[in-house]
Design a protein around this ligand. Structure first.
Ligand code: NAD
Length: 548
C-alpha cells in the first residue's frame, strides 16, 4: 500500500493508443539519457513474431505471461529506463505492483477527437481498421471508458495534445518529476480511493506541478482556505499558492478551535455561492487541522462534494488530521459531532510552513507522533527515544522521518478500516480523555495535541489500574513525553464529575457502552469497553494539578 520513493528508478508510460507513449517516451529517455523500451516491441522481437501473430497462434494468455515476465524483469533491473507499456498491461495486478515498487507510472492522455485524428492519419491500428470517422470516435470513447480503471492506477496524468510537440510534454514531465521526488507514500482507502502524500521543503513554491497532474487546473475554479493567523505568518507562501492556482481568491476563517463551527463554515458556503463557485471548484486548504477539518467538511458538502487538497501548516495536521479523510466541525454538545468521511486529492507537507509555527504547536504535533509509537510501532517509539535532541532542534531529516512514519501508520490503519468500524479506533488513543480536557477548558487552554498528550497519560494510568499495562511501560511512555517537553500535569484542577460527563458525549462512546483505547505494551493498544467507573475517575489523578 505504501511505497518508498528511493527504489523508484524507472518511468513507465500508460495510455490509449496514439496518446504519444512512444514519441514522448523516446524524447524523455533522450533528455534523461536513459534507455527507452517499448514492451510490445520487445516481446515481438523476443518471440520472433508480431503481437497479432502471438495472439492468433498462441492465444492471449501466452502473451500476457510474456508481458508479465518482461515487466517483472525490467522492474528488477537497477539501471533507470523509460518504459512504454502495452494497452492491457495494467489489467494484471502483479504488473501494477512491480511497476509501483520500481518506478513512477505516468498516464499520457489526449481528447478522443485528437486520438481519433492521429489514428486516422497513421492508419496502422488493426483494432480501428475500416471504421468511419464517427465509428472510430465512438469506439475510442467506449474503450477509454472501459480502460479508465487501468489508467486510474497511474501516479499522475499528463496531457499530450496536438498543441505541444513531444519535447514540450517531456520537459513538462521533467518538471513534474522534480516535484514527484518528494512523493512519500499513498493512502489507499478500503473504499478504493488513492491519493499521494508529499513530504519535503519548498514544495509549495512548485504546487503548480501537482495541480497540473490532478488535471484540475484546466477545468476547476480554485479557492484557498486558510485562517487569519496563517494568512499573516505565511503571507508570501500564500501568495505563491494562489498565483499557481490561476490567481485564485483566498477565504480566511478566524483562527482557533473555538471557530470550528457550522456558523464559520456557513460563511464559506455564502462566500462561494456569492462568487458563483460551481461544482467544478477545488479547495486548497492551507492551514492547520482546524481549518483542514472545516474546509474538508465544506468540500464534502458544497454542492454535494467538490475536490480538495490538503496543504497542512502545523506538524499535527501533517501527521494526523490531513490524512485519512475525517472532516468535521464542532457542536456545542461535543467536538467533531457534525462531519463526514471525505478524502483529499493529495496532501503536501512542506516543512517550510513549520518555520513560523509556535513552539507549543510543534509540541502538539510531537504528542500525536509519540501516540503512533505507543499504539503501533515499538521501533518507531525507540527511534524517538534515541533522537530526542534532534527532534527538539527540529532536525529536517529527523522531522521528515517522523512525518513519513506517522503518515504511513495512519495510511495503513485507514487502508484497513476507513470508516472506523474496528481498527481505526486505535488512533483515538488519548483522545477520549483529551477531548474531555479540551471541552472542560472551553477549547482555550490547550491545543488539541497537548490535550491528547495529557489524555495518553490518563489512559496509560487507567490501563495500569486495570492491570493490563505495566508501571514500567507507563513510565517509559511518560518519560518520552517529558523529555520532549510535554506537560506532566494539567494546569487547572480537573473536575472528575464534569470530565466523566464530557467523555459521555464523545463520539467514541457507543450506545450505553463507553469504549477506551488502552495500551497493553508500548507498540500495542486494545479497545476495551465499560471499564469500572472508579478506575476511570482515579486515572485522572495522574495529571491532576498538585494542591499547594
Ligand atoms: N481529521 C482528523 O483525523 C483529525 C485528527 C487530529 C486532529 N484533528 C483536528 O485538528 C485540529 C487541531 O489542529 P492543529 O493542531 O493543526 O490546530 P490549528 O489548526 O488550530 O492550528 C494551531 C494554531 O497555529 C496557527 N498556525 C497554523 N499553522 C501555522 C503556521 N505555519 N505558522 C504560524 N501559525 C500557524 C493556527 O492559526 C492556530 O492558531 C482539531 O480541531 C482536531 O480536532 C483532526
Amino acid at each position: 500500500m505504501n511505497s518508498n520513493n528511493s527504489n523508484k528508478k524507472h518511468i513507465y508510460f500508460t495510455g490509449f493508443m496514439a496518446s504519444g507513449k512512444s514519441r514522448v517516451g523516446r524524447c524523455l529517455a533522450e533528455r534523461l539519457n536513459v534507455q527507452f523500451i517499448d514492451t510490445d516491441t520487445l516481446i515481438a522481437e523476443n518471440a520472433g513474431k508480431s503481437i497479432s501473430e502471438i495472439f492468433a497462434e498462441d492465444g492471449e494468455a501466452v502473451f500476457r505471461k510474456m508481458e508479465k515476465d518482461l515487466i517483472q524483469t525490467l522492474a528488477e533491473d537497477s539501471t533507470p529506463k523509460v518504459i512504454s507499456l502495452g494497452g492491457g498491461a495494467l489489467s494484471q495486478e502483479c504488473i501494477v505492483e512491480a511497476i509501483r515498487s520500481s518506478g513512477t507510472l505516468i498516464r499520457l492522455w489526449a481528447s478522443p477527437e485528437v486520438l481519433s485524428e492521429r489514428i486516422a492519419r497513421k492508419n496502422t491500428r488493426p483494432l480501428m481498421a475500416g471504421l468511419s470517422d464517427e465509428e472510430r470516435l465512438a469506439k475510442i470513447k467506449t474503450m477509454l471508458k472501459e480502460r479508465e480503471c487501468w489508467y486510474s492506477k497511474a501516479d499522475f496524468s499528463v496531457e499530450s495534445s496536438n498543441d505541444y510537440p513531444e519535447y514540450v510534454v517531456a520537459e513538462k514531465i521533467i518538471q513534474i518529476l522534480k516535484f514527484w521526488k518528494s512523493y512519500a507514500l499513498s493512502v489507499e482507502t478500503s473504499s478504493g480511493e488513492r491519493y499521494p502524500i508529499f513530504i519535503g521543503k519548498n514544495l509549495l513554491s512548485h504546487l503548480g506541478c501537482l495541480l497540473e497532474t490532478t488535471g484540475l487546473i484546466k477545468t476547476h475554479k480554485f479557492l484557498v482556505c486558510t485562517d487569519t493567523t496563517v494568512a499573516k505568518a505565511q503571507s508570501r507562501t500564500l501568495d505563491k499558492i494562489r498565483r499557481q492556482a490561476s490567481d485564485c481568491p483566498v477565504f480566511k476563517f478566524r483562527a482557533g478551535e473555538i471557530n470550528k463551527t457550522l456558523s464559520s463554515l456557513n460563511q464559506l458556503y455564502s462566500y462561494m455561492l456569492h462568487r458563483e463557485f460551481g461544482r467544478k471548484s477545488c479547495l486548497l486548504q492551507f492551514s492547520g487541522g482546524v481549518v483542514g477539518d472545516m474546509a474538508g467538511f465544506g468540500a464534502a458538502t458544497y454542492q454535494r462534494g467538490i475536490p480538495f487538497i490538503q496543504l497542512p501548516t502545523t506538524l499535527l495536521s501533517m501527521v494526523d488530521s490531513s490524512v485519512g479523510g475525517k472532516v468535521a466541525v464542532n457542536h456545542p454538545a461535543g467536538k467533531n459531532m457534525i462531519g463526514a468521511f471525505y478524502q483529499p486529492k493529495a496532501v503536501v507537507c512542506d516543512l517550510g510552513a513549520l518555520a513560523t509555527l509556535a513552539e507549543n504547536e510543534i509540541q502538539a504535533g510531537i504528542a500525536e507522533i509519540v501516540k503512533y509509537g505507543v499504539i503501533y510501532d515499538l521501533d518507531f517509539f525507540a527511534y524517538m527515544e534515541s533522537h530526542i535532541e534532534q527532534i527538539k532542534e527540529k532536525n529536517e531529516e529527523v522531522l521528515k522521518k517522523l512525518i513519513h512514519r506517522s503518515c504511513s501508520i495512519k495510511a495503513e490503519v485507514v487502508g484497513i478500516d476507513e470508516k472506523e468500524n474496528g481498527l481505526r479506533a486505535i488512533l483515538n488513543y488519548g483522545h477520549t480523555f483529551g477531548h474531555a480536557i479540551e471541552k472542560l477548558s472551553n477549547y482555550k487552554t490547550y491545543s488539541h495535541g497537548i490535550a491528547v498528550s495529557l489524555g495518553m497519560r490518563v489512559a496509560a494510568r487507567a490501563a495500569v489500574l486495570l492491570g493490563i499495562f505495566s508501571e514500567a511501560e507507563e513510565k517509559r511512555q511518560n518519560d518520552l513525553l517529558n523529555a520532549l517537553g510535554l506537560p506532566e500535569k494539567a494546569c487547572f484542577e480537573i473536575d472528575v464529575n464534569a470530565a466523566w460527563q464530557a467523555m459521555g458525549v464523545d463520539k467514541k462512546a457507543e450506545k450505553n457502552n463507553r469504549v477506551y483505547i488502552l495500551p497493553t505494551c508500548i507498540g500495542h493498544v486494545e479497545k476495551i469497553s465499560n471499564i469500572p467507573e472508579d478506575i476511570v475517575r482515579n486515572a485522572w489523578s495522574v495529571i491532576q494539578k498538585e494542591q499547594v
